[in-house]
Write a protein that binds this ligand. Structure first.
Ligand code: ZN
Ligand code: ZN
Length: 466
């Protein structure tokens, strides 16, 4: 008998495929993905999927050496057995990389190799998917994603997370026309990749809270519809963390369907906000600074999990002192935009080079804004902090509960497990907020003049230093 959560998730996915729903938020929530298969032996159905979607002509299959071995060869042979021709591009890591990484250069390489191709098939997980998604977008051709691990929400999102010009960016990109997730392959994925998927999915709680807060304080766009979609995915995953940690095939199916649904909510929102808050900024910071620190990047979802524990703990600490905020004092002590730019350049230039730093400094100064902007943000809280928390509470997870769930699924909860040094954690806590215009709990703490003051206590209480 099919697991009821899985049946429900599959139904929610099917209901959203190919839809365009105008919403009271002013945006149309569209999901251009037309087919999603999450089942045993799904790879056998790839030719059928291509036929049903009318994908004919020249096809290029893109994989890395590992994902080609895991599934690429099998995909290739089922397509060839169907009488279709398929070219293959196996992307190796560059000389500096231990594993292939999602970079603009890799996407350009695929774009070059794919000229004259009618559609692409991405066989892999986060890295391959991001690379092919960006290449397909630039080529204006469709692509099919064949998943090899339930490791992130990116299969179905309209964003490609790539390192571009030294900065980790989420570039707008077209999602695949179809996602094929063969449970035999996904359940056999390395346990750390499965754990990363749980980390990325459970992070929605923090991301949605940050998104809601940003709309309350900064007036950014917000809509409850994508939040509800991603919440369903997250809740089902939470109910199955222990079984996911044991790679139980049904639980892996729940996780996979949940990740696909979560990515769809990002596509619907036309912004990564429902699935990317302060913990994501911390993860992006570690990705960007890894080369300068001579460290290999850990998996996105694992870094996000640790970053989220820090951010949940920060929310809890701020709750205790928000009412005491002295707005006049905070504004009197506030640096101006030029000082912020100098801080950003001083910190980032030695780590990522001067060129990329300049664009970060611009984003940071803009986010910093003027005194009036800060006054308005803080006024929302000081006028009625009860109402402020009432909006965030349904979204926030207690840090102790988040830690319990992550550990049950085998997700790293300390920086040691990520090979991140304590000073890199402190720097991420202080500087990650400068790499995006997005307003998160890290910004709230900074706005209140408390980010540095609370640093040691929050990092220690978050448990990530253990
Ligand atoms: Zn809406
Ligand atoms: Zn993510």
């Amino acid at each position: 008998m099919t697991n009821p959560s899985l049946a429900q998730l599959q139904q929610s996915i099917q209901r959203l495929l190919g839809t365009e729903q105008p919403c009271t938020c002013g945006r149309t929530h569209a999901v251009p993905i037309r087919q999603v298969l999450v089942e045993q032996g799904a790879i056998e159905q790839v030719p059928e999927v291509l036929a049903r979607l009318g994908l004919a002509g020249q096809c290029l299959l893109v994989a890395d050496p590992t994902t080609y071995e895991v599934a690429g060869g099998q995909v290739r042979s089922v397509i060839e057995q169907d009488g279709r021709s398929v070219d293959t591009l196996v992307l190796p890591p560059t000389a500096e990389q231990q594993h292939l990484e999602a970079t603009d250069e890799a996407a350009e390489e695929v774009r070059r190799q794919a000229s004259g191709t009618d559609h692409l098939i991405a066989v892999g997980s986060g890295t391959i998917n991001d690379i092919v998604k960006l290449a397909a977008t630039r080529l204006h051709i469709p692509y099919v994603a064949v998943a090899t691990a339930p490791s992130m929400t990116g299969y179905s999102s309209a964003l490609a997370a790539v390192l571009s010009g030294g900065i980790k960016q989420a570039l707008p990109a077209q999602p695949p026309v179809a996602i094929v997730a063969d449970l035999e392959i996904l359940a056999a994925a390395p346990s750390i990749m499965i754990a990363a998927g749980v980390g990325d999915l459970i992070s929605r709680s923090l991301s949605s809270a940050d998104w809601q807060m940003s709309s309350l304080l900064v007036g950014t766009y917000f809509c409850q519809v994508p939040v509800s979609v991603i919440a369903e995915a997250d809740e089902d995953c939470r109910d199955h963390v222990a079984q996911i940690g044991q790679a139980d095939p049904e639980a892996i199916a729940v996780l996979t369907a949940g990740l696909i649904l979560a990515g769809m909510s990002i596509t619907m929102a036309q912004t990564s906000s429902p699935g990317s808050g302060g913990g994501h900024l911390i993860s992006h910071y570690w990705d960007m600074t890894a080369p300068a620190r001579g460290r290999q990047q850990a998996l996105h979802g694992c870094q996000v999990a640790v970053g989220d524990l820090v951010c949940f703990t920060l929310y809890e600490r701020l709750r205790l002192c928000l009412d005491e905020a002295d707005v006049d004092q905070v504004i009197a002590n506030r640096p101006d935009g030029d000082e912020i730019s100098a801080v950003v350049v001083g910190h980032f230039a030695p780590l990522i080079g001067r060129g990329p730093t300049v664009s970060l400094a611009t984003v940071a100064a803009e986010k910093h804004g003027n005194d009036e902007g800060l006054y308005r943000r803080l006024e929302v809280i000081t006028e009625d902090s009860g109402a402020f928390w009432a909006q965030l509470d349904p979204l926030l997870t207690p840090s102790t509960e988040a830690r319990r769930l992550l550990r049950a699924a085998g997700v790293p909860t300390t920086i040691k497990q990520l090979d991140v040094a304590p000073d890199e954690l402190i720097n991420a806590f202080r500087y990650a907020r400068y790499i995006r215009g997005r307003y998160t709990v890290l910004d709230l703490a900074y706005d209140l003049g408390l980010l540095e003051e609370l640093q040691d206590e929050v990092l220690s209480n978050s448990g990530v230093l253990l």
